[in-house]
Write a protein that binds this ligand. Structure first.
Ligand SMILES: Cc1cc2nc3c(=O)[nH]c(=O)nc-3n(C[C@H](O)[C@H](O)[C@H](O)COP(=O)(O)O)c2cc1C
Length: 199
């Protein structure tokens, strides 16, 4: 049974996956991160700047995967080093963006890197999501959140919470005061926060 790290042992990895820089998802995530104690380390990685190779399914042919190199290694190491993994994921077609999905697909290979114990080391981490959508219908975020929650469950990680903001063009979310308030309390309160979408 993994032990819950003490606050002093926490470190947050924010994985950005928007297909543009300076978007709403990052803005909302930065707002949430500002509420973390200064002593808690934060790492921010942008999947657009760390492009991954197409994932190849060799599970039932070769069986094991080689140790990651390049951008994959950067992501592999950062993922394992963090106690808290924050998916910064706008809704794209009711799902996570392609870059975030590819990152998750690579986990399948990372679970089969000899000696890495990726799966064992993911257990007990806390997963979070910061998401954005441009529709007032919150149901459009449900498949995305479901993907991440089931991924946490599969790896025996803890689903800790999410914040859902409203916005389309960059900066829109800064006018979504309910979402900003949710972001302010996300890492303190946890839970799935979506005040913007409550009637
Ligand atoms: C490829 C693509 C697909 C999208 N699909 C949806 C969608 O299914 N539902 C929705 O409400 N908004 C959708 N949007 C709008 C984005 O979620 C919205 O513009 C968001 O603010 C983008 O995040 P960013 O500012 O961090 O880049 C989509 C945008 C793109 C580019």
């Amino acid at each position: 049974m993994p032990t819950d790290p003490k606050p002093a042992d926490r470190s947050y990895l924010f994985v950005l996956s928007s297909a543009r820089t300076g978007g709403n998802a990052e803005a909302l995530a930065r707002r949430a991160a500002a509420a973390l104690p200064r002593a808690v380390p934060q790492t921010w990685l942008d999947l657009a700047r760390l492009p991954l190779a197409p994932f190849e399914d060799i599970r039932h042919s070769v069986g094991v995967y080689p140790a990651s190199e390049g951008h994959a290694r950067t992501l592999f190491d950062a993922t394992l080093a963090a106690s808290d993994l924050v998916f910064v994921v706008p809704v794209y077609w009711y799902a996570v963006p392609t870059s975030a999905k590819l990152y998750l697909d690579h986990w399948s290979g990372w679970m089969r890197v000899e000696g890495a114990d990726f799966r064992g080391r993911m257990a007990g981490k806390r997963f979070w999501a910061v998401t954005i959508l441009s529709d007032r219908d919150l149901r459009q975020a449900e498949p995305l959140l479901g993907t991440l929650k089931l991924t946490a469950e599969y790896l025996n990680a803890t689903w800790s919470g999410s914040v859902v903001g409203f916005g389309n063009k960059p900066g829109d979310v800064l006018a979504d005061h309910a979402a900003l308030a949710d972001a302010d309390r996300l890492f303190g309160a946890g839970g799935d926060l979506a005040s913007s979408f409550r009637p």
